[in-house]
Design a protein around this ligand. Structure first.
Ligand SMILES: NC(=O)C1=CN([C@@H]2O[C@H](COP(=O)(O)OP(=O)(O)OC[C@H]3O[C@@H](n4cnc5c(N)ncnc54)[C@H](O)[C@@H]3O)[C@@H](O)[C@H]2O)C=CC1
Ligand SMILES: O=C(CO)COP(=O)(O)O
Length: 354
C-alpha cells in the first residue's frame, strides 16, 4: 500500500506508547483534539484505563482507549508517540518493529541514551566508549525499525504542571518538516506552544544532558546554597552541555534554545524533577542505592552520567561537572569535595563557544 492511500484511508487515531507520568500527560493533551489509543504492556493497567480511566492512579481522558497489543496500536495509528524510559527503549522498539512501516510517524519524548554494545557486554566491561556506541532514541528507532519519519519532543515539560493545564511550550525536532508540522498540529493549544527544530540530535542531547546539571542543582539545594551558586551552576552547566552536545553531533543553537537552556532552568528549579530530587537527597546524606530503590519513576541523569563519563574519558574532552558527579555517584567523592573541586577548577573564559 502506498503512503498516500494509507494516509487517506485511515481515521485519525493517535497512539501513545507508555503510560507513565509523561505519557499520561501527553495522551491527555492529544485527546483534547484527537482520538487517542495508549499502549501498556500489563493487562491490569489496560483494564484499569479502559474501566476506570486512570493509569496507576493518574487520570486519563475517558475517551482514551488502551491496548496491550503492539500490533493493534500500530495498525490503528499512523502517528505514535513513544513515552518510555531509555532503559526500556530498545526492547520496546524491537517489540514494535514487526508492526511498524515506513508510513508511520514516530515521535519520542525520552530524555536518555542507550548503548550499542556487542551482545552480552555492559558499560562496566568496555574500556572505551565511542560515539558510534551511544544511541539517542531517534537512532534506536532508526536502527531497530523501518520507520523513517522520526521526531523527538523535548522542552521544559514537567508532567505534573502539564497535567494541571499550566502554560508551557515544547520543541518537536525532526529532519522531516512534515513530522514537525504534524506534531504542532496535534499538540498546539492555547496553553501549549510547539516550536520546530531540524537538529533532532541536538534537541535530544539537550534534554538528555540537562538532567546531569539538574542532579547538581538538586545537590546545591540540598547543601542549602543560594541563588548565586545556582546561577553559577546553570551558566557553567550550559557551557558544558554545549561542548558535550557538539562532541556528540548536536548544534550550539539547540542547547541555547527551549529544549536546552529552557529545560535546564526549569529542571534545576523544580522539586518535581526526579533528577533534581536525586541530587537533593544525595546532599542530605542518602546513598544512590537508597534513593533509586525508593523512587518509582525514572531519573535518567544517573545512567546518562555513566555514559557521558565513559565517552569523555575515551575522546579526551573535559566536562568537569559530569566528571565530578560521576565520582560522587559511583566512586567515593563527597558532594562537598566535588563542590570544592569545582570552585577551584580553572574555568577562566566565560563564554568560549561562539
Ligand atoms: N515526567 C516528566 O516530567 C517528563 C519525562 N520525560 C521523559 O519521558 C520518559 C518517561 O518518563 P516518565 O513518564 O516520567 O517515566 P515513568 O517512570 O513515570 O513511566 C514510564 C512508563 O514506561 C512504562 N514502561 C517501562 N518499560 C516498558 C516496557 N518495556 N514496555 C512498555 N512500557 C514500559 C512503565 O510501565 C511506565 O508506565 C523519560 O525518558 C523522561 O526523561 C520528559 C519530559 C518530562
Ligand atoms: O525533563 C523533565 C522536564 O522537562 C522532567 O525532569 P525529570 O526527569 O528530572 O523529572
Amino acid at each position: 500500500m502506498d503512503m498516500a492511500s494509507r494516509n487517506s484511508s485511515k481515521p485519525k487515531l493517535i497512539g501513545v506508547v507508555g503510560v507513565g507520568s509523561f505519557g499520561t500527560a501527553i495522551a491527555n493533551m492529544l485527546a483534547e483534539k484527537n482520538e487517542v489509543m495508549v499502549y501498556a504492556r500489563k493487562q491490569e493497567v489496560v483494564e484499569e484505563i479502559n474501566s476506570n480511566h486512570t493509569a496507576s492512579g493518574k487520570s486519563l481522558n475517558p475517551a482514551i482507549r488502551a491496548t496491550f497489543s503492539p500490533e493493534e496500536i500500530s495498525a490503528s495509528c499512523n502517528v505514535l508517540f513513544f513515552m518510555i524510559p531509555s532503559a526500556a527503549f530498545v526492547e520496546v522498539a524491537q517489540t514494535f518493529a514487526p508492526f511498524l512501516h515506513p508510513y508511520h510517524l514516530v515521535i519520542h519524548g525520552t530524555k536518555g541514551l542507550a548503548l550499542n554494545l556487542p551482545k552480552g557486554e555492559s558499560l562496566d566491561e568496555v574500556k572505551k566508549l565511542h560515539r558510534s556506541q551511544i544511541l539517542t532514541m531517534s537512532e534506536v528507532i532508526l536502527q531497530e525499525t523501518v520507520a523513517v519519519r522520526v521526531g523527538c519532543l523535548a522542552g521544559p515539560n514537567i508532567s505534573k504542571e502539564l497535567s494541571q493545564g499550566q502554560p508551557a511550550a515544547t520543541v518537536i525536532a525532526s529532519k522531516y518538516n512534515e513530522v514537525i508540522l504534524e506534531g504542532q498540529r496535534l499538540l498546539r493549544s492555547e496553553r501549549f506552544q510547539v516550536y520546530g527544530n531540524s537538529d533532532i540530535i541536538g534537541v535530544e542531547l539537550s534534554g538528555v544532558l540537562k538532567n546531569i546539571i539538574a542532579i547538581a542543582a538538586g545537590a546545591l539545594a540540598g547543601l542549602g546554597l543560594g541563588e548565586n551558586a545556582k546561577g553559577l551552576l546553570i551558566s557553567r552547566g550550559m557551557v558544558e552541555m554545549v561542548h558535550l552536545s557538539k562532541a556528540l553531533g548536536g548544534s550550539v543553537q539547540s542547547v541555547i534554545g527551549l529544549a536546552g537552556i529552557g529545560d535546564l532552568v526549569t529542571t534545576c528549579n523544580s522539586v518535581d524533577s526526579r533528577n533534581f530530587t536525586v541530587g537533593y537527597r544525595l546532599a542530605k546524606g542518602e546513598s544512590l542505592d537508597q534513593i533509586l530503590d525508593s523512587m518509582e519513576e525514572v531519573a535518567e541523569g544517573v545512567n546518562t552520567i555513566r555514559i557521558i563519563d565513559a565517552f569523555i574519558k575515551t575522546v579526551g574532552i573535559r566536562a568537569p561537572i559530569t566528571e565530578n558527579l560521576h565520582r560522587v555517584l559511583f566512586e567515593d567523592l563527597s558532594i562537598e569535595e566535588a563542590l570544592q573541586f569545582l570552585m577551584k577548577y580553572p574555568f577562566s573564559v566565560d563564554v568560549d563557544f561562539v
